[in-house]
Design a binder for this molecule. Structure first.
Ligand SMILES: [Zn+2]
Length: 362
């Protein structure tokens, strides 16, 4: 099969399209022919060597993918059939440790991760345990479903499960133009909140309003946080959804009302920030860490997409050999929503891989 390999850390140019052995279908595994693969910022961090994840190179990158089951191991025969449409879970938890048994599998430290500690989705095929795939409906193209898991799963976990967002609350979504930002705007709106959103350009702000943001603020304008405060008549917001970090995190914490909370899952703009502890406890603010999502949260967001309550935001669809370009697009923050790869396609227009692969009608 073809796959995009990370042989060593560096810029997008180190990513290498190669012909490699098809994955082994182990005991209890299913083999999935991938039809849509989402690019994530985590992929860029792993590529650059700044993700703080121990891994062995070379590795096939790519944490999220969807496709159809091509082969089922005998052990998984009762569970899945060839041709079933599935999403591959990004994380494969151990299922046995103390966090796994209480349903917080996203905190499992003994599991493995696609595209870092096990081969990922920048490939035509992937083999995973039968429990690590989730059924998808036939509606919508694969490229839409490839934009669902990390974006909506992360946003759901952070806003609803961890952030406890309730109807009628006021929420600030930072960097609403990103995959998880555009997903958060939709989930916050679905939850009945008033949504304030920031982004770095007017076109992105306009898109955020289309997705349901009630008020938008340009964070390239130095006075954006004053504008948020003014828009809330000095009251601030109940919950901040931040994945930016740095100065944006510090200002956002100040924007939470007394008793308010800020949830964080990213820190590209700065991983270490000053914290005024006095302000924090006097205002009884809560800082909430949030780390990916569980399988049942993935199933929840799949149902909401299928029912039309949430709409995956696809920035662009690219071929397997355009992944370095996709990384550059994310790095330049030029995308609105997800960059999605169709792994059975090359820019030459060439080859759908296997004989039984449908043409890329999406
Ligand atoms: Zn576990």
């Amino acid at each position: 099969m073809r796959a995009v390999i990370l042989p060593g850390h560096g810029g997008p140019e180190v990513l290498s399209l190669e012909e490699v052995e098809d994955p082994d279908v182990g005991v209890g595994d299913v083999l999935v022919r991938l039809e849509g693969v989402g690019l994530n910022h985590l992929d860029l961090d792993i590529r650059a060597g700044v993700a703080r994840i121990e891994l062995e190179l070379p590795v096939i990158l790519g944490s999220e993918g969807v496709g159809r089951i091509e082969r089922v191991s005998p052990e998984a025969a009762g569970q899945w059939r060839e041709g079933d449409r599935v999403m591959v879970a990004e994380e494969i938890p151990c299922g046995r440790c103390e966090v796994c048994v209480v349903g917080r599998q996203n905190l499992c430290m003994q599991g493995s991760w696609l595209g870092s500690t096990r081969p990922g989705c920048y490939a035509e095929l992937i083999a995973v345990p039968a429990d690590a795939v989730i059924a998808l409906p036939e509606e919508r193209p694969a490229t839409d479903w490839a934009a669902v898991q990390a974006a909506f799963g992360t946003a759901w976990h952070m806003l609803i499960t961890r952030g406890g967002l309730r109807a009628g609350e006021r929420v600030l979504v930072n960097a609403a133009g990103s995959g998880i930002g555009s997903a958060a705007v939709q989930i916050a709106k679905y939850a009945g909140a008033t949504v304030l959103a920031t982004a770095g350009s007017e076109p992105k702000l306009a898109r955020a309003r289309e997705l349901g943001a009630d008020l938008t603020f340009d964070y390239s304008d130095a006075g954006w946080s004053d504008a948020v405060l003014e828009a809330t008549k000095g009251a601030g917001v109940d919950l901040v959804y931040d994945h930016v970090g740095g100065d944006v995190f510090v200002k956002s914490l100040d924007l939470t009302r007394p008793g308010g909370r800020i949830a964080t899952c990213g820190a590209h703009a700065g991983e270490t920030v000053p914290l005024d502890i006095i302000e924090l406890f006097r205002a009884e603010r809560t800082i909430i860490g949030s780390r990916c999502y569980t399988r049942s949260e993935s199933e929840t967001v799949i149902e909401l997409v299928a029912a039309g309550h949430l709409d995956p935001v696809v920035d662009s669809v690219i071929a397997l050999d355009e992944i370095p370009e996709g990384h550059r697009r994310l790095e330049a923050r030029a995308a609105f929503g997800k960059v999605v790869v169709t792994p059975q396609r090359l820019t030459s227009g060439a080859p759908a891989a296997g004989p039984d692969v449908q043409a890329n009608h999406e």
